[in-house]
Design a protein around this ligand. Structure first.
Ligand SMILES: [Zn+2]
Length: 138
C-alpha cells in the first residue's frame, strides 16, 4: 500500500509508514457489514395490500349480534366503523393508522361475537327453562 501522507510505498502489513511514520490504516475492513444489515424503510409509500380490515367478520358479528342479542349488534357496528377506517386510512398513506384501525376492528368483532354467543346461550337457556316449566306445569 502507499502512505496517504507522503506517498511512500509500504508493505501491505505495515502499521506505520517507513518513510514518515504516519499510521497506516489497513483498508481490509469488511465492506459488507455496514450495508448488509440495513433496516427496512419505515415510511413506505402506500402500496400493496392494506391490512386485513375485518369487514366481513364485523358484518357477520353485527347480523348475528342483532339476531341473538341487541348488545352484540351494537358492538358489531363499532367493529364495522373501525373496519371501514382501515382502507380509508391506508389510502391516505397512514399505514400505522390503518394497522391501528384493523386491530380495533378485530377487537370489537371478537367482543361482538362473544356477546352474541353469550346472548345466544342465555336466550336458549331462558327458552329451555320456560319450555320445561310449561311441560312440567302441564
Ligand atoms: Zn509516509
Amino acid at each position: 500500500m502507499f502512505c496517504p501522507k507522503c506517498g511512500a510505498q509500504n508493505s501491505d502489513t505495515a502499521s506505520f509508514c517507513v518513510s514518515c511514520g504516519a499510521p497506516l490504516k489497513p483498508s481490509a475492513q469488511p465492506i459488507g457489514d455496514t450495508y448488509s444489515s440495513t433496516p427496512p424503510p419505515q415510511n413506505r409509500p402506500a402500496s400493496g395490500a392494506p391490512p386485513k380490515n375485518w369487514m366481513t367478520e364485523a358484518i357477520l358479528a353485527t347480523v348475528f349480534g342483532f339476531l341473538f342479542s341487541c348488545l352484540g349488534g351494537i358492538f358489531g357496528i363499532v367493529a364495522i366503523v373501525s373496519a371501514s377506517n382501515v382502507n380509508k386510512r391506508f389510502q391516505q398513506g397512514d399505514i400505522d393508522g390503518a394497522a391501528k384501525a384493523a386491530s380495533q376492528a378485530k377487537t370489537w368483532t371478537i367482543v361482538a361475537a362473544v356477546i352474541t354467543v353469550i346472548g345466544f346461550i342465555i336466550t336458549f337457556f331462558v327458552y329451555g327453562v320456560a319450555s320445561l316449566a310449561a311441560i312440567m306445569g302441564g
